[in-house]
Design a protein around this ligand. Structure first.
Ligand code: CMC
Length: 428
């Protein structure tokens, strides 16, 4: 017998279908609720609202499980490359050897960015934040590749738009970094894999190729894989929402980049390092800062702690913490803020305030320390998160299109004035 929920409203009862996902997740289907009852539901922050049925990423916040297309994040981080994971997310299966070679080679044919895009950098103030630049530059790709504006693109045309975006994003990100230094940009090298090419464009010099340390390439692969998708979070929901109006891929992703920028979301990786620096400069008294985070009259929050979904541990944070130790060790870096981070984590994990509220280190708590060790400045961290999240956003946008999802349009409960007679300006 199929499961149903019963809703009682006054004298009437309504049966609402129950949907069960492949991981046995249950949802009450309210899609006909307003037509049947005249009521809507309200759920600020969408804490209990499923916006879609998706086959891309599964996460279980209670058990600390994260899987892309059925593969555990632990296995993917250990055994695969970022490009393989991008392929998996977008097309649904791990690529064969020939498929990944073709994917890599197609991407490398689209890594160049239109030369006119360099002129944008002349217009940005020298200290403008890289995320603002990234969002503008990615949106502006739609004007250089106007075929993307056609919402009736064939699957092949749409695929080419996705490939171009994947290819050009790495170039744009490295250019933002180079321009922030006032250094000349480095053009892509098609004989390098995706991550090595990105690192060469970022840290290379114009006259000679840099020797890219395999430790750095491997760490970067892991970081990008861990960020590659995270189901219906703030930025991904934004990408799907914007895309649901038939808006082109570049503009939809640009909107996702803006959503990611906030310190409660991807911007937390920058905020964590700034917080750790502040604690260090303040003398390193972690107890003092733990108490500040607990004080409801103090606006301070422990950045990199807590998650809307993970209530036990964030599996990405576990992998990153270990990677952080490995990278610093292999690169011979002794970063005093790593010690502060560890002290802070230990204190918080033993403090009833954090334990009761199930607040654990999230993906952003240790990622910044690795980015720093690799040589990235703090304000580039969220841009790196965006680079990693790109395949996930693309996969989610594509799925939304393929499922022919309707335009996103929530309702509201109006609580404003009911009727007011207009008053002439001289009588107000
Ligand atoms: N420090 C101190 N208290 C906290 C923190 C924190 N980092 N996070 C949550 N709390 C408290 C909060 O004050 C509330 O307490 P009370 O019940 O007494 O009012 C309780 O824990 C529940 O918090 P919430 O804000 O209702 O939880 P949420 O699910 O709405 O927010 C969050 C989740 C991630 C926005 C929040 O934990 C936070 O602000 N963390 C710091 C920012 C951060 O690290 N963000 C990155 C998230 S992971 C990367 C990504 O995927 O975006």
């Amino acid at each position: 017998m199929s499961e149903a929920a019963t809703l009682k409203l006054g004298d009437n009862t309504y049966d609402l279908p129950v949907i069960t996902g492949t991981e046995n997740e249950k949802a009450i289907d309210i899609s006909k609720l307003r037509d049947q009852t005249g009521y809507i539901t309200i759920d600020s922050g969408y804490k209990n609202t499923g916006a879609t049925k998706s086959a891309i990423t599964f996460l279980d916040g209670e058990e600390g499980i994260l899987k892309y297309r059925g593969y555990s994040i632990e296995q993917l981080a250990e055994k695969s490359s970022f490009l393989e994971v991008a392929y998996l997310l977008i097309y649904g299966d791990l690529p064969s050897k020939s498929q990944i070679e073709e994917f890599q080679s197609t991407i490398s044919r689209h890594t160049l960015v239109h030369e006119d895009m360099k002129k944008f950098f002349d217009g940005f103030p020298s200290k403008s934040h890289p995320m603002g630049q990234l969002s503008s530059l990615i949106c502006s790709l739609s004007s250089f590749y106007p075929e993307s504006l056609n919402s009736k693109q064939t699957a092949d045309e749409q695929n080419l738009t996705m490939i171009k975006l994947l290819a050009k994003m790495a170039t744009v990100v490295s250019w933002i970094y180079k321009k922030s230094l006032g250094h000349p940009i480095i053009y892509p090298r098609n004989n390098l894999d995706y991550v090595s090419n990105f690192l060469n464009m970022t840290f290379g010099q114009r006259t000679e190729d840099v020797e890219i340390d395999p430790v750095v390439v491997s760490a970067m692969n892991v970081l990008l894989i861990l960020h590659a998708d995270h189901e219906q979070n703030c930025s991904t929901s934004t990408v799907r929402m914007v895309g649901s109006s038939d808006c082109n891929l570049y503009a939809s992703i640009s909107a996702g980049i803006s959503a990611l920028w906030g310190p409660l979301h991807g911007g937390a990786n920058q905020a964590v390092i700034e917080m750790l620096e502040q604690i260090k400069e303040d003398g390193g008294d972690t107890d003092k800062w733990i108490n500040k985070a607990k004080d409801k009259n103090d606006g301070f929050r422990l950045m990199g702690f807590g998650h809307r979904v993970y209530k036990n541990f964030d599996p990405r944070a576990k992998i990153i913490k270990k990677a952080c130790d490995d990278v610093l060790d292999k690169l011979g870096i002794d970063d005093p803020i790593l010690d502060i981070a560890k002290k802070l984590e230990e204190a918080a994990l033993n403090d009833p305030y954090f334990v009761e509220r199930k607040l654990y280190p999230n993906v952003d708590f240790y990622s910044g320390i690795i980015y720093r060790a690799l040589g990235f400045p703090t304000d580039m961290f969220t841009v790196l998160f965006a680079l990693g999240r790109l395949p996930g956003w693309i996969a989610q946008w594509k799925e939304m299109r393929e499922n022919k999802e309707p335009i996103g349009r929530p309702r509201q409960v109006y609580v404003g004035e009911v009727y007011r007679e207009f008053v002439d300006i001289d009588k107000r």
